[in-house]
Design a protein around this ligand. Structure first.
Ligand code: 5GP
Ligand code: ZN
Length: 124
């Protein structure tokens, strides 16, 4: 079974969130990138940063995605502070990307968890 990169997967819950067929609390949106609050937050701040393109996971990422991933990473500091993460170094945040079954990935659309805020957290 192949897991291609496509513009949109009609069966993917995150593609439906990007298309606003499923509502979400949006954190950020531009032509290529989307961010929204996780429905089951582990931490006082917990949002997901995703490409609009349906990339199933980190396993499909190659050099072709360098610019997109670079833009995503470069947004994190600003979005984290805007969403209430405290400033580095006393504050900060955790970024996590689960990949595949053994990596604990449940939704097959590449996403970066950004979690922060005062501890204790529910998990992590
Ligand atoms: P994974 O386990 O794949 O790394 O993380 C998937 C994340 O997506 C989970 O933290 C889960 O709470 C979140 N999630 C799953 N479905 C929805 C949804 O419909 N809306 C939102 N906002 N988050 C979701
Ligand atoms: Zn998708």
């Amino acid at each position: 079974m192949s897991h291609p990169i496509t513009a949109h997967d009609p069966d993917c819950i995150f593609c439906k969130i990007i298309a606003k067929q499923i509502p979400s609390r949006i954190v950020y949106e531009d032509e290529e990138i989307f961010a929204f609050h996780d429905i089951h937050p582990w931490a006082p701040v917990h949002f997901l940063l995703i490409p609009k393109m349906h990339i199933p996971s980190m396993a499909q990422v190659g050099v072709e995605q360098s610019a997109l991933l670079g833009r995503m990473m470069a947004l994190v500091p600003q979005l984290a502070l805007e969403q209430g993460c405290n400033p580095y170094p006393e504050g900060g945040y955790r970024m996590t990307t689960n990949t595949g079954r053994e990596g604990g990935q449940e939704v097959q659309h590449l996403h970066f968890h950004i979690m922060g805020g005062p501890r204790p957290w529910l998990r992590g």
